[in-house]
Design a protein around this ligand. Sequence first.
Ligand code: NDP
Length: 315
Amino acid sequence: MVPLIILVKSGGEESLPGWREDFRAVDPRLDVRWWDDPTVAAEDVHYVLVWDPEHGRLKNYPNLRVIFSSAAGVDNIVGDPEWPAHLPLVRMGGTETARRMAEFVSWCCLSLLRGARRMALGQEQAHWDHFQTSSTAPERRVGIMGMGNLGAATARMLGAIGFPVSGWSRSRKEVPGVRSFAGAEEMDAFLQETDILVCLLPSTPETVGIINRDLLNRMPRGAQVVNVGRGSHLVMDDLLAALDDGQIDSAVLDVFEREPLPDNHPLWRHPKITVTPHLASLASRRERVRYVAEAIASHEGGGTLPNLFDAKRGY
Ligand code: NDP
C-alpha cells in the first residue's frame, strides 16, 4: 500500500491526532501530517486540506494533486496571487455543512423576529423588559442571496418553519415553495419583497460590497439583515447609517472584514446588532474527513471530484 501524504492546516496543530485518527478510520493509505511538519519533503505531498494557507506556500508542492478547502468559501486560498490555479480546488460541501447553516440561519431569523437582542440587553441589565414583536413567521418574508448548497438547504428549512422564502442567484432555481429571482435585472423585485435579507453568497469581485446603502434602501423600511456570507459583502458604515435612520431595524452578523473582530470594536455593543464569531456552519471533523477521503478515493480511481472551484465564475 503506497501512502498518500496529506498536509492539514485547519484549526490548531493540537488537532492533528484527531485528524489522523479520523482519516485512518476511513482510508489507512492516507498519511496525515501537519502543514509545518519539517520532515515532509515538498515533492512527497499529494494533497492538502487547508483553510488559510500563507500566501506563496501552495505553489511549492510539485506533485500536489488536489487542494481541499476545509470550508465552503475558498477566498483565503484563491486570494493568494501565486496559488496553483491549474490544480483542482475542492470546496467543502455535503449535507452536514448545509444542515448546520440552515439551522443557524433559522435561529437568526427567529431571533430577529422575536427581538432576541433586546431580550439579551434586558437580561444584562436585570431589566424585566416585557415586549411583544409585531409579526409571526408567515408575515416576515425572507430573501436569500446565494442559492447554492447552503442557500437552498436554508430556504427549505425556513419554509418549513413558516417563513415565505425567496432566493436570488445568478441562475434561476427550482426549490419547491421558494420564489426564484435571477440576475441583476431581477434584484429590485427580490429586494422589494424581502423583510429579512440573508447573505449566503461567495466572496467574488462581483459580490464584494453588495450590501451597501443603495441595496438597503431598496428593501422595505424596517427590514433586517443576516450576513453569514463574508465580511467583504457588507459595507459596514452603510449598515450602521441605515440602522441609525430606521431603514434597517436590526441585524445578525457572523462574518467580518477583520476576524477576530477586535475587542474594542463598536459592533460588540451595538444595541441592534447580534455579533457571532464566524461559527454559522463548520461541519464536524469526522464529516469533513469523510468528504475528503471519498473525494480522494474517487480521484485516485480516475473518478470525478465534487464541488470544484470554477475560476471563471470566481466561486
Ligand atoms: P455555492 O457555490 O454552492 O453557492 C453560491 C451561490 O451564490 C449560488 O447560488 C450562485 O449562483 C450565487 N452567486 C454567486 N455569485 C453571484 C452573483 N454575482 N450574483 C448572484 N448570485 C451569485 O456556495 P455554498 O452555498 O457552498 O457557500 C456559499 C458561501 O457561504 C461561501 O462561499 C461562504 O462565503 C459562506 N459560508 C459561510 C460560513 C459561515 O460559517 N459563516 C460557512 C460556510 C460558507 P448560481 O447558483 O447561479 O451559480
